[in-house]
Design a binder for this molecule. Structure first.
Ligand code: DC
Length: 211
């Protein structure tokens, strides 16, 4: 039977890096589910720069292909915002469910990271992690990353964007960002990448070796 690991948490918590490393450690498949919403966000922006008609976004979500996820430009700040906006549209979320559920069942195992993996997509996951960090720490990480390509960016703008996205992701009525009751919390505020990975692998290892 396949082994599914659900990793959720807010933006820039380190969950993506941890998910990738955990998948590599155990030889599992990995899906960054944020890329699905980012790809839809990018397509909506290209079509209708001024607004987000829900039915257009839903149609684009239904037509998404794996090639759309390989787009290197999906991390841009305007796409982060658009992703968070399209993610609040119930029809968009519904269109992306079956792809994620199928991905999660792959042998020998799969790691999915996002906002609703432990609560909605894979409620029966073998291990659930909720990875978080203080907003100022997350903003600092994102600021350092984005400053490499945009020197006009200020820390305050990045912090405001992150807080804005947190609020929208937590407040939406369909599948909001939330820690599943049975998820293990890892706060990476005072951990570097390596220590965060070690903590996550240790939690998974306990369950995996006892199976
Ligand atoms: O993980 P990320 O920052 O790349 O995600 C981008 C946006 O997509 C995020 O603001 C909310 C949305 N998202 C979601 O609603 N559900 C997921 N499972 C993953 C991402």
């Amino acid at each position: 039977m396949s082994f599914t690991i659900a990793i959720d948490g807010p933006a820039a918590s380190g969950k993506g890096t941890v998910a990738k490393a955990v998948a590599q450690h155990f030889g599992f498949h990995h899906l960054d589910t944020g890329l699905l919403y980012r790809a839809v966000g990018k397509k909506v922006l290209a079509r209708k720069p001024g607004g987000f008609p829900p039915e257009v976004a839903e149609k684009l979500a239904k037509a998404l292909t794996p090639k759309d996820l390989a787009d290197g430009g999906l991390r841009a700040p305007d796409i982060s915002k658009a992703a968070s906006q399209v993610a609040a549209i119930p029809g968009v979320r519904a269109a992306l469910i079956s792809f994620q559920k199928t991905f999660a069942k792959q042998e020998p195992g799969a790691v999915l990271d996002g906002r609703d993996i432990g609560t909605v997509i894979c409620p029966g996951a073998a291990v659930k992690l909720f990875i978080t960090a203080r907003p100022d720490v997350r903003a600092k990480r994102r600021f350092q990353e984005l400053r490499k390509t945009d020197t006009t960016l200020t820390f305050e703008t990045v912090l405001a964007d992150i807080q804005d996205r947190d609020t929208r992701d937590r407040a939406r009525s369909t599948a909001p960002l939330a820690q599943a009751d049975d998820a293990v919390l890892i706060d990476t505020s005072d951990l570097d990448i390596q220590a965060s990975i070690v903590a996550a692998v240790a939690v998974v290892e306990r369950v995996y070796s006892a199976r």
